[in-house]
Design a protein around this ligand. Structure first.
Ligand SMILES: *[C@@H]1O[C@H](CO)[C@@H](O)[C@H](O)[C@H]1NC(C)=O
Ligand SMILES: [Zn+2]
Length: 385
């Protein structure tokens, strides 16, 4: 990601959508303390050298190269063990300024879970995004914070909520609540985006290859006429983008007044987890999500604009975005020092837990987050039946 741009005027349509959506979005209840405590740590799988989720990603992942394919296999293999998540590829190809006439393939991977009874066009989805490609140059660059670590965090988030999602939807079906349409159907999808980086120098054409292709494709993917949502793009409830996370002492401001309420939601989760003693880091500013009130956010948006990243093609089409990226960027950004040795293992794990907590809260999983001990009991009682 690079530079910044001023907020484009939002279309009337998206402004109206925002107004209409507010009542449902505010309806979500905070997770209880006991559920927050049950959000599992991702360690040791998030260790840079030995972690099953992270270590395999710390290789060069330039689009169209064997490293990129290895990363794709890593995601697909991980989710194969969580079979309720449906894999969908969103592929495209493009020339780049570094590769001449040859077409470079870009492959976005989407892993999604919808309520089992719901029709695809009726589901609004929390959309968790990180890019998995790494810079073409310098050669050998592995992009640990950019964005191997955020990808590994999202894998941990998915496995942390998987069983609770199943329990919640089974309970709804058992209680006859499924498909009543009392509120929107709520789903979740994890997107591993390709081709975020520029190959030569950041520009509109040389950057965001995967995200541009996906936003264009999803904008034209129409649902049947009677659906809640018109297009795949409109069914994104929130585009939650993680980037440059995993270094020591990050501070992440709020970038968009429109989604400051969601930022506040995540900041609250972080604050409560720290109070409960479930996070490990002791950041200099006390917290990662440094907040600021809505006026500050508005002023910031007016003055500095926002960071260019995978959300831009979606934002320009009226999608609500929560961008979790440190400002200022980590000092290792786009240098060879952005490797496993410069990650802060505790920060990686704390982010994984904060985002998992936020996701569990968004998906209203409070009653369904079961601790390991209860889970063992549950299995035993099922076996005894
Ligand atoms: C998309 O590209 C990937 C990686 O090259 C490939 O494995 C996959 O089969 C492709 N999928 C589709 C639907 O084209
Ligand atoms: Zn980058």
């Amino acid at each position: 990601m690079r530079s910044s741009e001023h907020n484009p005027p939002r279309t009337l349509r998206s402004a109206l959508l925002t107004l209409i959506c507010i009542p449902t979005l505010l309806a979500y209840a905070p997770l209880s303390d006991s559920s927050l405590r049950r959000i599992p740590s991702g360690a040791p799988d998030l260790d840079a050298q030995t972690g099953a989720l992270l270590a395999p990603l710390l290789i060069p992942r330039v689009p169209g190269t064997p490293g990129s394919e290895a990363a794709q296999r890593h995601f697909a293999g991980f989710f194969a063990a969580l079979p309720r998540w449906r894999l969908e590829w969103q592929n495209s190809s493009s020339r780049t300024p570094a590769t001449g006439d040859a077409l470079v393939p870009f492959a976005n991977l989407v892993f999604a879970r919808d309520p089992p009874w719901a029709r695809a066009g009726d589901v609004g989805r929390l959309t968790l995004v990180a890019h998995y490609d790494s810079l073409y140059e310098p050669e050998g660059f592995v992009g640990a914070v950019d964005s191997a670590a955020p990808c590994a965090m999202l894998m941990h988030v998915a496995r942390s909520i998987d069983a609770a999602l199943t329990r919640k939807w089974e309970a709804m079906e058992a209680d006859g609540e499924a498909g009543l349409g009392l509120e929107e159907e709520r789903g979740v999808q994890v997107v591993f985006m390709d081709g975020e980086e520029a190959w030569h120098k950041w520009s509109e054409e040389d950057s965001l290859y995967g995200a541009r292709a996906m936003a264009e494709s999803w904008e034209t993917e129409l649902y049947p006429a009677a659906s809640t949502y018109r297009t795949r793009l409109e069914s994104i409830d929130l585009f939650l983008l993680l980037d440059l996370l995993g270094g020591p002492d990050p501070t992440v401001p709020s970038y968009f007044p429109e989604t400051h309420w969601a930022y506040r939601g995540m900041a609250k989760v972080e604050e409560r987890m720290r109070k409960l003693g479930v996070l490990t880091t002791k950041p200099k500013s006390g917290v990662f999500l440094i907040d600021g009130d809505k006026e500050q956010v508005q002023r910031r948006a007016g003055n500095v604009g926002y960071v260019m990243d995978d959300h831009v093609p979606f934002l320009r089409r009226g999608v609500d975005v929560l961008h979790i990226i440190p400002g200022p960027f980590p000092p290792v950004w786009h240098s060879m020092r952005d490797d496993g040795d410069h990650l802060d293992r505790d920060a990686v794990d704390d982010w994984a837990r904060i985002v998992a907590g936020f996701t569990a809260e968004w998906m209203e999983l409070d009653e369904f987050m079961v601790g390991e001990k209860e889970e063992r009991l549950e299995i035993r009682s099922r076996e005894e039946l």
